[in-house]
Design a protein around this ligand. Structure first.
Ligand code: ME8
Length: 516
């Protein structure tokens, strides 16, 4: 047992009606960035992702392919696992809602809510959008260009009438408002709280939480013919993965309640309204935060299969590199805002910050050391004010980076680190070790030592966003695997003069705008 603090971060579980695209990669990447950061910062982390496999949408997709739902789910779910591998995601678990342990968990939450008086039998008559797996009130519907009534998301709706169990959502209006008021930062970014509040203040109708017109789902306990509504089923995954309902489970005790559910803005209502209400009904602790990020478009257009402009993350990784893709997605757009993917923005960003930025700084430092210092960490003489200024500021940026990571302001965290890359660039240009080589070799050695130290610390800080490239840099500085945690920033992990270094290799190649 460790007494390290714990941190639990989750992605949405993705529907298996469609293969993974850049949007799914984005959310999981954000969680991976955070999980890796927390691990290096001394936390015991649980990072969960997975697939959402029940419901009418998945059943219809399987039917359309002429396969049984489970075989269909097996196929698509494994593509999401491949994506996790391709993007070097460090998830501790990959949950599938078709796993037997999940049915046990969902049924347990259901029974608790029911036994507390929050679930009752009735009949649903109203609008349903299969694409969103969501019920809509008549007043929420919009009229499409075709004249048809559609959901606010644009999804087609159908009229549904069936026997159903209802969840007494209406009983939670005041409790939810109190939650948003008391638990500051329950919803981030702050700007998104308004839409949640206005939805709740507008009055909450009871929610239909079982379906009887199809059977691809988890059976409702003690109610023949009913399957649990897919969102009640899906949201419960966050508990299942901790070992719930076994409340003696070490993971449940350590990791529940979750620190943050990171989701796209499209599913904020489910996470910030329904989920806390279900948990309150079952008398379970509430997650500490829901962060809703923005939406990616492709060269200005909505990403959709019908427009044929889906960005395939596997293609991007193949053409560029995993770390370039990871870096671009987190660095380019403030986390929380919408973003546009464009090839030119990608290439410009990666060339500026990686090839010319950290890459160039690393390359210059290591190749000068290889040529002029017997391929060993050089011996530093007395440090000047400029030397100390560079090392001291890099040594303390962690506090700022941590503050931004704790609020999921990932772009700010990267900005803080890349400001130090820029400071390193200014330092090396001012000190011009290539000139000192002839005039003052001892001073050159000191400058190169300071640069190597700067690169070491920046690479340690870059590990969560670019694990492979940062490892390649740290390998070239002969930093051992045990010396790569954040506790080794600053003085604690200083490079030792005389340490033999391997031959330097380029880490970030320049990218071309035109396709080869
Ligand atoms: O909603 N830009 O699954 P889903 C940014 N199964 N993010 C995007 C995106 C885009 N263009 N497209 C998709 C579901 N996403 C439910 C979740 S959780 C208990 C159940 C990301 O497959 C974003 O995170 O439709 C969004 O919320 C999620 O994929 C929707 O995935």
């Amino acid at each position: 047992m460790t007494d390290r603090p714990s941190y639990y971060v989750t992605t949405p579980i993705y529907y298996v009606n469609d293969v993974p695209h850049i949007g799914h990669a984005y959310t999981t990447l954000a969680c991976d960035f955070l999980a890796r950061f927390k691990r290096l910062d001394g936390f015991d982390v649980m990072f969960l992702t997975g697939t959402d496999e029940h419901g009418q949408k998945v059943e219809k997709s399987a039917d359309a392919k002429g396969v049984d739902p489970l075989s269909f789910c097996d196929g698509v779910s494994s593509r999401f696992k491949d994506l996790a591998e391709a993007l070097h995601f460090s998830n501790d678990q990959f949950i599938r809602t078709t796993e037997p342990r999940h049915a046990v968990s969902v049924q347990d939450i259901w029974r608790r809510a029911r036994d507390n008086g929050f679930i009752y039998e009735g009949k649903y008559a109203g609008w349903y959008a299969v694409r969103d797996e969501a019920y809509y009130a008549e007043s929420e519907l919009l009229t499409a260009d075709t004249g048809e009534q559609v959901a606010p998301s644009g999804a087609p709706v159908e009229w549904v009438e069936e026997p159903s169990y209802f969840f007494k959502l209406s009983a939670f209006e005041d409790k939810l408002i109190a939650l948003y008021e008391d638990q500051e930062d329950f919803v981030l970014p702050k700007s998104r709280l308004n839409e949640v509040l206005s939805f709740v203040r507008g009055g909450l109708d009871d929610l239909s939480v079982s379906r009887t017109s199809f059977n691809w789902g988890i059976p409702v306990p003690d109610a023949d013919g009913h399957v649990v509504y897919v969102w009640f089923d899906a949201l419960s995954n966050y508990l299942t993965a901790t070992g719930y309902p076994d409340d003696s489970s070490a993971d449940f005790q350590k990791f529940w309640p979750a620190d943050v559910h990171i989701v796209g803005k499209d599913i904020l209502r489910f996470h910030a309204v329904y989920w806390p209400a279900f948990l309150m009904a079952a008398e379970l602790d509430l997650p500490k935060r829901v962060f809703a990020h923005g939406w990616w478009t492709n060269e200005g257009q909505k990403i959709s299969k019908s427009l044929g402009n889906v960005i395939d993350p596997f293609d991007l990784i193949e053409e560029f590199s995993v770390d370039a893709v990871r870096f671009f997605l987190m660095r380019e757009v403030p986390f929380g805002n919408d973003g546009d993917f464009s090839r030119s923005a990608f290439v410009n960003r990666v060339n500026a910050d990686l090839a010319n930025g950290l890459g160039n700084m690393t390359q210059r430092t290591l190749s000068m050391i290889a040529k002029n210092c017997d391929a060993m960490v050089p011996t530093a003489g007395e440090l000047t004010a400029q030397d100390n200024a560079l090392l001291d500021t890099i040594g303390v940026v962690l506090a700022d980076v941590r503050m931004h990571m704790d609020r999921q302001a990932f772009h700010h965290a990267l900005d803080v680190i890349w400001k130090q890359v820029a400071a390193g660039d200014v330092y090396i240009s001012n000190q011009a070790p290539w000139t000192l080589k002839k005039t003052d070799p001892d001073r050159m050695a000191t400058v190169l030592y300071v640069m190597a130290e700067a690169v070491r610390q920046l690479a340690i800080l870059a590990q969560p966003i670019m694990p492979s490239s940062a490892a390649l840099i740290l390998d070239q500085l002969a930093v051992s695997a045990d010396d790569r945690g954040f506790d080794k920033l600053g003085e604690a992990g200083r490079l030792q003069a005389g340490t033999k270094l391997p031959s330097p290799k380029g880490v970030f190649p320049r990218m071309n705008l035109d396709k080869e």
